[in-house]
Design a protein around this ligand. Structure first.
Ligand code: B3K
Ligand code: ZN
Length: 877
């Protein structure tokens, strides 16, 4: 267990490592409770490190057996060893070999960090600081070494033995029931990219030939019996490999690429060199068990981890403050991949929804931090929406500013310059600046300044002068650490629409035209005057959400209805509808009754009738913002019950006003041929299931019967689960029936049971808390499995605002009990659950006080992990 109050680590304190490791030879003898690890490190003093510094190797809970130096056993007095460090104060020279033997217990490892067991199989997770739980090592991302790994295990227990790189040889260990495999990875890598797997797994094989003709053997390893469920993941992998060649010129660089699916995993997946380890949720899919969203998730995560091979592995991070260097960039790359594979506008809309839901809320609350933080107490708590999602937005803005070619030139230069390096954000920006000649000095504030910029744009038309003037002001909310914030560079994609909806040519009064329709705001207040505008235009600003900002404009409801119908930018078409809905919902929540929804109804009616539109786009544009999204827009003094009621009321108004076209759309998008997970088919299902949601808003017996018919009559999980979700919203006997039926059908399939748990946790009724507690007692639930915990507890805390924030505080108390119970076993997941409180300051005073009491109860508990104590104290700060 780590120290709950460790000294904060600061970016400003970075020093190059005093010692480097050229090669690592690991010999791992797998055993359920006593795995023996012999590590031989070729150590070399770093000429750029602190002169005369001792050798300090990190450990975490290690049991040391012996140490040898250049082959000779080291006497006890020659080193200092604790479970947390191995220190040689007087190293014998500038270059020597250290051999270290440790014992680890993978079965007792419930943190799922380091070497652990998942359903009997051995696997590892080393990022960020798990390698030190396997052996003593300078466990930091700027120490790159070439690894050779020998794994030995019982043949029956672990017939499959995998590590990074290429397989050198394998075979039986003579005269024993054991066998071994030796893997060699020629690419120097930091310890966080090390991985090892041993177990009884089935290989789904395939192959790939790179653009330059190099053959690569591909393997996805799954539990025996699950092979057919890996087909889609394999397909996504091959498409990712090809895409990275064409979009970024990046080829794969080993003879093999393996993926292993495991059931117990703290996050989505891990990009270990040549051996990605995945949460099985992001590998396994079949039409009967996975929804369209699951398929899209698999495609995105497979791509993300694969793309890390260049953005993260070939070029890694100098230190963990630079995490966004690999994560933000790789999220951007996976977003682009999915956009190319599917519909670009639909992907952009869902990415922005996620950004706002997860990152804008984080940045507006006590856990706000810059994309590149400057201090941390527990790095595991910085794998955040800010680092990932805002980090990706910053890369996207670079592309918007530099254009397609400039961006590609910068990326090429970055990869060329830093291949084999541990790089920084400064290195990244310098590559773009040098490739394009552009000064990115002010732009760099996107990495260092926290908070979402608030931008107001006021447009005014001057008929006499034939000009349209846009006055833009920006301000980023101050924070305790950064009380004064500088203006940011905001690339705002813009269009002016004429009365017929046509796009007007843009030129500014200084004679410039507007390249790529992007204006660049760089000052706190700035005006742009567009000339030659003969009629009052309608402004479409921040198209495609080109800058991650909170924008308010002086557009009227009529303007928004116009944009919803005519904007050539699909994102802003969607956004116009959302804005209309937000205006109504905010007023409805504040006043207890909805204003006239006429303009929204008309805009929605037109959109629904527009046969030229992609059904997937329609489904997004017609879906009302969720309760959390509405709360975010309200921003302060939020009453979740009022939000819920306003949303329900607006849904009923739309359902009633559009009953006929919704029913027509439902029938018109009926499932046809066999299920296919492609984007077009998924889009039709999305629209149909959205209409089903509206059609059952009234809970009329006919509507529920339609949902029940869909539930029973389909063979795919998307349609079955969508029907289940709408039925479960209504307290009728049908609810119990379908929930029981679903359980019986899928009781042996944990990933499907997660959906069942999650759905029940989201029922917006008073009985839900007791229901959730009861579900924790079922044998299908386990606090030891992160997927189960996220599905049930996570959904309750993050997706059921009326019940989590019950006025009696019992929802808060429950989460605290769970977090405290979980902390001793899996601090990372416990801390994740606790961060559900990140928006508590936006609540009305009663619920805010209850959340604060709950957080205090955590903070005051003795013996907390660093992970949980860090989240509790920052949340309260
Ligand atoms: N790099 C890993 C995340 C590791 C998280 C450690 N707490 C997965 C990813 O982002 O690709
Ligand atoms: Zn990543």
């Amino acid at each position: 267990m780590r120290d709950a109050e460790p000294h904060p680590v600061r970016l400003a304190d970075y020093r190059p490592p005093a010692w480097l490791v050229d090669t690592v030879n690991l010999d791992v003898s797998l055993h359920p409770t006593a795995t023996r690890v012999v590590s031989r490190l070729a150590l070399r003093r770093n000429p750029k490190g602190e002169a005369g510094a001792p050798v300090v190797l990190d450990g975490d809970g290690l049991t040391l057996v012996r140490v040898a130096l250049d082959g000779a056993p080291l006497a006890g007095g020659a080193y200092e060893a604790t479970p947390e460090a191995l220190i040689l104060r007087a190293p014998p020279g500038d270059r020597f070999t250290l051999e270290i033997e440790t014992l680890v217990d993978p079965t007792a490892n419930t943190q799922l960090m380091g070497l652990y067991r998942s359903r009997g199989n051995y696997c590892t997770q080393c990022e960020p600081e798990g390698f030190r739980r396997i052996t003593y090592f300078p466990d930091r991302s700027d120490v790159l070494a070439v690894y050779t790994v020998r794994i030995e295990a019982n043949r029956e227990e672990a017939p499959v033995l995998l590590s990074n790189g290429n397989l050198e040889r394998n075979g039986p260990v003579p005269d024993t029931d054991r066998h071994y495999a030796i893997w060699h990875d020629p690419w120097p890598k930091p310890s966080y990219l090390f991985a090892l797997v041993g177990g009884n797994l089935s290989k789904v094989p395939d192959h790939f030939v790179t653009a330059s003709g190099k053959p690569v053997e591909l393997g996805i390893y799954v539990e025996p019996g699950k092979e057919t469920r890996a087909t889609y993941a394999m397909d996504a992998l091959k498409r990712s490999m090809r895409w990275d060649e064409t979009a970024f010129g990046r080829e794969y660089d080993l003879d093999v690429f393996n993926i292993v699916a495991v059931s117990d995993f703290n996050m989505g997946a891990m990009e270990n060199k040549g051996l990605n380890v995945f949460n099985d949720k992001y590998v396994l899919a079949s039409p009967e068990t996975a929804t369209d969203a699951d398929y899209a998730g698999i495609e995105g995560v497979i791509a993300h981890e694969y793309f890390h091979n260049w953005s993260g592995n070939r070029v890694t991070c100098r230190d963990w403050f630079q995490l966004c260097l690999k994560e933000g960039l790789t999220v951007f790359r996976d977003q682009e991949f999915s956009s190319d594979q599917r519909s670009r506008p639909v992907k952009r809309i869902s990415d922005v929804r996620l950004l706002k839901a997860a990152q804008f809320t984080e940045d507006a609350g006590p856990l706000s931090h810059p994309v590149r933080p400057e201090t941390y107490r527990e790095i595991n708590n910085f794998y955040t929406a800010t680092v990932y999602e805002k980090g990706a937005e910053v890369v996207r803005m670079l592309k918007t500013l530099l254009g397609e070619q400039g961006f590609r030139a910068g990326m090429d230069l970055y990869f060329e310059r830093h291949d084999g390096d541990a790089a920084t954000i400064e290195d990244f920006l310098a590559a773009f600046a040098d490739a394009t000649g552009r000064d990115l000095g002010q732009f760099a504030a996107w990495y260092s300044q926290s908070g979402t910029p608030r931008v107001t744009a006021h447009g005014s038309y001057d008929a006499a002068a034939r000009t349209y003037r846009l006055d833009v002001r920006q301000e980023t909310p101050p924070s305790a650490l950064q009380p004064v914030k500088r203006p940011m560079v905001l690339p705002l994609a813009v269009g002016l629409l004429g009365p017929d909806g046509a796009e007007l040519p843009l030129s500014l009064d200084d004679g410039r035209n507007v390249p790529r329709h992007v204006i660049e705001v760089t000052q706190a207040e700035q005006s742009f005057v567009f000339t030659g505008i003969t009629e009052r235009p309608v402004l479409s600003l921040n198209r495609g959400f080109s800058a991650p900002i909170n924008l308010s404009t002086n557009l009227t409801d009529t303007d928004l209805v116009f944009l919803a119908a005519h904007d050539s930018d699909p994102f802003n078409r969607f956004d116009a509808l959302q804005d209309l809905a937000f205006r109504l919902l905010k007023a409805g929540a504040a006043e207890g009754r909805l204003p006239d929804a006429g303009p929204l109804v008309e805009a929605a009616r037109r959109l629904l009738a527009d046969t030229a539109l992609d059904p997937a786009f329609k489904a997004q544009a017609l879906a009302l913002p969720g309760e959390n999204e509405i709360a975010r827009e309200i921003g302060s003094n939020v009453d979740p019950d009022a939000v819920f009621k306003a949303r329900r009321a607006l849904r009923a108004v739309l359902a009633d006003a559009l009953a006929a076209p919704l029913a027509t759309a439902y029938d018109a998008h009926a499932a046809g041929t066999a299920y296919s997970p492609d984007a077009a088919a998924a889009g039709r299902r999305a629209l149909r299931n959205l209409t089903l949601d509206y059609l059952t808003a009234s809970a009329s017996p006919e509507a529920l019967a339609r949902a029940q018919a869909q539930y029973a009559g389909t063979d795919n999980m998307t349609d079955r689960f969508a029907a289940l979700a709408v039925i479960v919203q209504h307290d009728t006997p049908a609810r119990t029936e379908v929930l029981e039926d679903f359980y019986r059908r899928f009781v042996t399939d944990p990933l499907v049971i997660d959906k069942w748990l999650s759905l029940q946790a989201q029922i917006p009724e008073e009985g839900t808390l007791d229901r959730v507690k009861a579900l924790t007692l079922l044998p299908v639930f386990s606090m030891a499995n992160p997927n189960r915990v996220r599905a049930l507890i996570g959904a309750f805390a993050t997706a059921n605002p009326t019940q989590f924030h019950r006025p009696d505080g019992k929802g808060h108390d429950f989460l605290v009990d769970v977090v405290l119970g979980l902390d001793a076993k899996n601090p990372q997941v416990a801390a994740r659950m606790l961060s559900a409180f990140k928006t508590f300051r936006q609540l009305e005073p009663g619920r805010r006080a209850s959340a604060e009491r709950a957080l205090r109860r955590v903070a005051e508990t003795p013996g907390l992990s660093a992970d949980v104590s860090d989240i509790a104290s920052r949340s309260l700060s």
